[in-house]
Design a protein around this ligand. Structure first.
Ligand code: ADP
Ligand code: MG
Length: 483
């Protein structure tokens, strides 16, 4: 927990999120129109999406399955009966005049997400509900000086709204929750998690209170589309509220916007102006009934999720908590690592993947799927070290060359003659030369300064271009110096 130190004492930040996640599905929630991103405006609009008279919605079963899968992935209750309601409001990008959403009976109920904080502690964020709803279209205000255009490609696309309890206690916790939720959604394949494209966005509810006291009045910051903005907006908002309260004022419940250029939140509308949506069950749609069997079949098909994978990496592969956490944060990374670790020293594999591979990918701006060094090639490099063919030091250079050329380790080692020298005769000759040259230091060593061993090892490694087997070098040096 991180508190805000005000003039009158400490304040605790309380945060709850309402997340909108676009469902991965080729077609929309109630029509067969495409959901592809970036299409020509209004090219992906069916008569249902355009709300032509007499058109009837037909629920897309795949979107229902995706919502159930997400609910199961969040450890949540799946409700056997849920209801689609009409949420009525007027807006140019909403041709129906209402949004089909779920209100009092959502498809998914209570669940929980575990988050790991920087200091290694764990927290549980409770999920209140998840419901299915339609996205709206988009008003384009910047195409014409006098008119607003409307693009309905997004109208009717399936969204999952995921609502948390107000369980987060700092902007960092809100950021950690969002990152974890995104990871889970990506593992499940139910939302692509691309926040920049708007596939995943969050409304952030913030209030402040005395530590452990009653909940304060909250403000809701709309539509944040990056984890960094979530952290910044929550931090600014909490600070703003503390200042108002300490100045003798009180917080009005309101909806605010985050100005990403200035890093501040601004009022958008107050509670009084909020719409009365006149929800009622959509008469065009029957209640959604799910059988136990249907839910069980989806459950049986879930992938191993990040928490389970992390626990297995620690338990079965002996990885540290930190390494396991890094590796499971992305499913592709975890799968790459597992392919490298298969039949090899898992800790060595984790080191190479986390430090060398991720480092090189970061520097070159590549995703794991574009890595010039595939898992099999990296595994081959680790095998060469394990077999004593190359030293760990030389392996770094070989990796660099592999990354630049896409070639395998063995061919590079052979072509450049980088095999480790373990031949004792060859190493003895080098060591003899060094000892003869540095008789002064040999005498110091023998008079008790045994720390000088490291110096001699270094000299021998240098003289062999890093190719000497360090273990053999050590043994030979000790034998000669200690005799
Ligand atoms: P609505 O927006 O429909 O009024 P709720 O009152 O249930 O819905 O709250 C919506 C979101 O606000 C939830 O994510 C919840 O966790 C969060 N929230 C509720 N009360 C507070 C509070 N005092 N401080 C911070 N967040 C809150
Ligand atoms: Mg709300």
């Amino acid at each position: 927990m991180s508190l805000i130190e005000g003039r009158s004492g400490a304040w605790e930040t309380v945060i709850g999120l309402e997340v909108h996640a676009q469902v991965v599905s080729e077609s929309k929630l109630f029509s067969g129109a495409s959901t592809a991103f970036g299409g020509e405006a209004n090219a992906q609009v069916s008569l249902v999406d355009a709300a032509m008279p007499g058109m009837l919605p037909v629920v897309n079963e795949y979107c229902v399955e995706q919502a159930v899968r997400t609910g199961l992935g969040l450890g949540a209750e799946i409700n056997p009966v849920s209801v689609f309601d009409r949420k009525n409001y007027f807006y140019p990008d909403l041709p129906q005049g209402y949004q089909i959403s779920q209100y009092s009976q959502p498809i998914v109920g209570r669940g929980a997400v575990e988050i790991a904080l920087e200091d290694g502690t764990q927290r549980t964020v409770r999920i209140l509900r998840l419901h299915l709803e339609q996205d709206a279209g988009k008003s384009l205000h910047d195409r014409d000086p006098r008119r607003t255009w409307v693009d309905l490609n997004r109208a009717g696309v399936a969204l999952m709204e995921i609502v948390t309890e107000p369980d987060m206690r700092s902007p960092d916790e809100a950021a950690a929750f969002m990152a974890k939720l995104r990871t889970i959604l990506r593992y499940l394949g139910t939302c692509d998690g691309n926040m920049q494209e708007g596939s995943l966005r969050a409304d952030v509810n913030v209030s402040v209170r005395r530590p452990g006291g009653a909940l304060g009045t909250r403000c809701e910051i709309k539509n944040l589309n990056s984890i960094r903005f979530i952290r910044q907006a929550a931090a600014y908002e909490a600070g703003r509220q503390v200042e108002i309260i300490e100045g003798g004022g009180s917080i009005e419940q309101e909806t605010r916007l985050f100005d990403t250029d200035r890093g501040v939140t601004r009022p958008m509308r107050t509670k009084e102006e909020e719409h009365d949506y006149r929800y009622f069950p959509d008469p065009d749609l029957l209640p959604l009934e799910l059988t136990r069997d249907y839910v069980d079949r989806i459950a049986a098909d879930l992938p191993e999720l990040p928490d389970a994978k992390k626990a297995r990496f620690v338990r079965e592969l002996g990885l540290s908590d930190e390494d396991a956490e890094v590796l499971v944060a992305d499913r592709d990374n975890a799968e790459y690592f597992e392919a490298v670790a298969e039949g090899r020293d898992a800790k060595a594999a984790a080191n190479w993947v986390i430090h060398d591979l991720f480092g090189a990918l970061n520097r070159s701006g590549l995703a794991i799927g574009e890595a010039p060094v595939g898992a099999a090639h990296l595994g081959g490099l680790i095998d060469l070290i394990a077999a004593g063919t190359i030293s760990g030091r030389i392996a770094k250079d070989v990796f660099q060359a592999m990354f630049e050329t896409g070639r395998d380790a063995r061919s590079i080692v052979e072509e450049r003659g980088l095999e480790q020298v373990s031949d004792t005769g060859e190493i003895e000759a080098v060591v003899d030369g060094i000892l003869a040259e540095r008789e002064d230091m040999v005498a110091e060593y023998r008079s008790g300064k045994t720390k000088l061993l490291g110096f001699f090892v270094g000299q021998a490694m240098k003289a062999t271009g890093g190719k000497a087997n360090p273990k053999t070098v050590n043994e030979i040096l000790r034998a000669k110096l200690d005799s």
